[in-house]
Design a protein around this ligand. Structure first.
Ligand code: AIR
Length: 179
């Protein structure tokens, strides 16, 4: 028996000839937004911080989100000590269903800015009070972002407001632009 007698013919799926044609647009959504409308129980907010020593000062962000019924996750990663972890996390954030990142760090607090450099999600930065300079070091590091890298800077130790701000962003997304 020859191969052609044994197997039924494989149906040919037409491939659009012109990139950007209507057919392609309907079947090939932008991968960044492909799952935006999908209902999942994935976390909506990623709370990241530079050290386990920040956990206590960042706790209020999670508490506010929990009260608002918004799913969140907490991860420790450092822009200086584990830069690859930060890059990987932030690059994958949108695809994983996250809608906002809250980033807290003390001292030379690069984490919020580095996060914003690796994702187009809104990033809310929380400068954490350290052992010196009264938190001014982290405040300036979070607030003084170069043009093109937006970070919403909260007050020193302003984790509660970071959670509330994230909840407002998610409220807008859930209601849609016309509500
Ligand atoms: N940090 C960690 N990596 C980079 C920075 N800026 C910050 C942490 C923490 C402070 O350094 O966010 O606020 C001290 O960290 P540790 O681990 O020494 O207690």
């Amino acid at each position: 028996m020859t191969q052609s007698e044994a197997d039924p013919p494989i149906p040919q799926v037409p491939i659009p000839e012109r990139p950007g044609s209507g057919v392609e647009a309907a079947t090939m959504p932008d991968p960044e937004h492909a799952f935006d409308d999908m209902e999942t129980d994935a976390p909506q907010v990623g709370i990241i911080m530079g050290s386990t020593s920040d956990e206590e000062r960042m706790a209020a962000a999670g508490e506010v989100l929990a009260e608002a019924g918004i799913r969140y996750e907490v991860r420790v990663m450092s822009a200086h000590r584990t830069p690859d972890v930060v890059a990987d996390y932030c690059k994958a954030a949108q695809m994983r269903g996250l809608r906002v990142i809250i980033a807290g760090a003390g001292m030379s607090a690069a984490l919020p800015g580095v996060a914003a450099a690796h994702t187009s999600l809104p990033v809310i930065g929380v400068p954490i009070l350290g052992k010196s300079l009264g938190g001014m070091d982290s405040l300036f590091a979070v607030a003084q972002m170069p043009p093109g890298v937006p970070v919403a800077c909260m007050a020193i130790d302003g984790a509660k407001n970071a959670g509330l701000y994230a909840a407002r962003i998610i409220g807008l997304l859930d209601r849609g632009p016309r509500d």
